[in-house]
Design a protein around this ligand. Structure first.
Ligand code: SAM
Ligand code: MG
Length: 184
């Protein structure tokens, strides 16, 4: 709530925000709310939001390539009292994904948009998702995500739902979130 107020009153922040955040936490609850992988930490807003909705020993691994952002996120996460629930890994997602060595109930994709498809393909080949895992992609309305959407919708590997919304902290710019569930 403090980050939402700051982003509305002081300076825009590219957090998923409170409105699309509900789409994310709803998907998280449906996925079983266990382990989460996030591509793009920024200030830690969505990592904190998801950590607050985890069940039991669930954990968030969040990947951030900008060291300054990663450092700021760690400080904010510590301030929120959630350091034990969230690990911020500094580096490009493409370099880290192959060595994660675990499977996730939900992956939240929210880094640079030209990386959505290559990093999802890497997630598939590295087997960090399993049948029933949720893949949630932010900003597929306000940016051209054609290649990514073609893959999740036409590969036959996912069941997809498109959630229409607006850009974070904005009432006019159209945006959307795609929720894709890996088929059994
Ligand atoms: N998920 C965050 C939230 O809702 O609070 C917002 C993430 S922000 C939109 C995108 C972040 O992705 C930026 O901090 C950027 O540095 C990071 N990023 C961009 N490309 C990346 C990559 N290939 N690997 C890891 N992080 C990346
Ligand atoms: Mg976003």
């Amino acid at each position: 709530e403090a980050m939402d107020a700051f982003a509305r009153q002081k300076r825009f922040l590219m957090n998923v925000g409170d409105v699309k955040g509900k789409i994310l936490t709803q998907a998280l609850a449906r996925s079983g709310a266990g382990n989460v992988l996030e591509l793009g930490t920024y200030c830690g807003y969505s990592a904190i939001l998801m950590a607050l909705h985890l069940k039991g020993s669930g954990h968030v691994d969040s990947l951030e390539m900008n060291p300054g952002n990663a450092e700021a996120a760690r400080a904010i996460i510590d301030f929120a009292g959630l350091s034990e629930k969230i690990t911020v890994h500094t580096g490009a997602a493409g370099d880290i994904i192959p060595s994660l060595g675990r499977q996730y109930d939900l992956v939240f994709i929210d880094h640079w948009k030209n990386q959505y498809l290559p990093d999802l393909l890497l997630i598939e080949s590295s087997e960090v998702i399993k049948p029933g895992s949720y893949v949630v992609a932010d900003n597929i309305g306000m940016f051209d995500a054609t290649g990514y959407l073609d893959h999740v919708r036409d590969s036959g590997r996912y069941d997809n739902t498109n959630h229409q919304a607006h850009m974070e902290y904005n009432d006019t710019i159209f945006d959307a979130v795609e929720v894709s569930i890996l088929r059994h």
